[in-house]
Design a protein around this ligand. Structure first.
Ligand code: NAD
Length: 367
């Protein structure tokens, strides 16, 4: 892989390799863009096939974080760290303290957090060696209910766009995945807001919620707690006659095979990389299906954790998460005015904010 060619094409700032001989820590941090502020993004631990796969992942993920933070209205840039290893074997105090030291060496240009296969407990070790880590126990807490809340706000904006009313009264939903985020999202649709301290309450009732899952424990949990939510087999979730398809499991679920099955008017959930390829955003538009861009829909967790940087306050953080509603409507308006897909409109929205802030801060002011 020609790393500099890739960095030049997608405007990455910095790619850093690190290794610790005592613990076998092997990682790569990528800082995509710091025009808005320090790059923030979690640390993912994964058994990559080879180094090339890890590099490509960190380059892509860090760029995604730039767009996500920009659209979320945060003064943060995009970055990410990937660690190469088997999460069942490599984890130890030394391993994560080693990571903390490398994060500290970047002197605040990059702030890390938990991600796939790393936990808030692991981050406590990281925090012993660096000031640049967020998502610690006892601070902003579990990000998943807040991510689900942000997506819930995004679904309300999407309903408003398509049906003229944001209410989910009488609407039907097909939720794919009832794990960390899908489960909370279903609870919100059913009127249980306890996981966000009853931040807001809506006296609205959906007509029907279907869900699919592959994890038996998650299936049983929902069946037991909410028997009115109907389970369907994973392959049947796409073709249901519902208003909203809510992806909360995997990436790439909107693809050549699934698009033709969809009857929903809206695709909006918490999952990352919902569209298999960019062309699938165009295809949804052609089919008259509104797509809530994933990195805007699922920014709630990021917004919440970013509030740790200014001293965490639940009300302030949730007020910022609520802004996903207005931001999506703004992006839908751009898509309509310019006759482009909403994913392209989301990208434009992010790039415009980065450009404006870069220029606004270009003049010299003595402080
Ligand atoms: P999770 O692993 O807790 O839940 C995903 C669920 O999907 C699991 O229960 C899994 O069994 C199920 N699943 C997997 N494959 C499936 C299939 N083929 N059909 C049906 N169900 C299937 O993960 P999560 O934290 O809820 O994250 C879900 C998505 O949201 C991911 O794409 C993640 O990157 C994204 N996301 C999560 C957060 C967060 O705060 N947790 C933040 C931003 C984005």
């Amino acid at each position: 892989m020609k790393k500099f060619d890739y960095m030049e094409e997608f405007k990455h700032e910095q790619l850093i390799y690190f290794y610790d001989k005592t613990t076998g820590l092997k990682g790569i941090t990528c800082i995509h863009d710091t025009s808005l502020g320090p790059a923030l993004g979690g640390t993912r631990l994964w058994e990559y096939e080879d180094e090339e796969e890890a590099v490509l992942d960190v380059l892509r993920l860090s760029k995604g974080m730039t767009y996500k933070a920009a659209c979320a209205g945060l003064n943060l840039g995009g970055g990410k760290t990937v660690l190469i290893g088997d999460s069942k074997k490599v984890k130890s105090e030394g391993y994560f303290r080693g990571l903390g030291r490398y994060v500290q060496s970047l002197n605040g240009r990059y702030i890390t957090a938990e991600d796939v296969n790393t936990s808030t407990t692991d981050m406590m070790y990281v925090a012993m060696e660096t000031d640049y880590v967020v998502g610690l126990p006892g601070k902003s807490g579990n990000p998943s209910p807040v991510t689900a809340w942000g997506a819930f706000m995004g679904i309300r904006a999407s309903l408003k766009e398509v049906f003229g009313s944001e209410s989910f009264q009488g609407k039907s939903f097909a939720v794919q995945g009832a794990g960390q985020t899908g489960y909370y999202l279903i609870k919100f649709l059913l009127g249980d807001y306890s996981d966000v301290n009853n931040w807001k309450k809506y006296n609205e009732k959906p007509k029907k919620i279907y869900f699919t899952e592959i994890n038996e424990a998650h299936i049983e949990r929902l069946k037991k707690e909410y028997p009115e939510v109907e389970f369907v087999k994973p392959e049947d979730i796409y073709g249901l006659d519902v208003d909203v398809f809510v992806p909360c499991a995997l990436g790439g679920v909107i693809n050549d095979t699934t698009i033709s099955k969809l009857k929903a008017k809206i695709v909006a959930g918490t999952a990352n990389n919902v569209l298999k390829e960019a062309k699938h955003g165009e295809l949804l538009k052609e089919k008259g299906i509104l797509y809530g861009p994933d990195y805007i829909m699922n920014a709630g967790g990021l917004i919440n954790v970013a509030h740790e940087l200014q001293g965490y306050n639940f009300e302030t953080a949730m007020s910022d998460v609520d802004k996903i509603y207005g931001r999506l409507l703004e992006i839908y308006a751009i898509a309509k005015a310019e006759n482009i897909s909403v994913s392209s409109a989301g990208d434009k929205f992010a790039e415009k904010r980065i450009e404006i802030m870069r220029n606004v801060r270009a003049n010299f002011i003595k402080r």
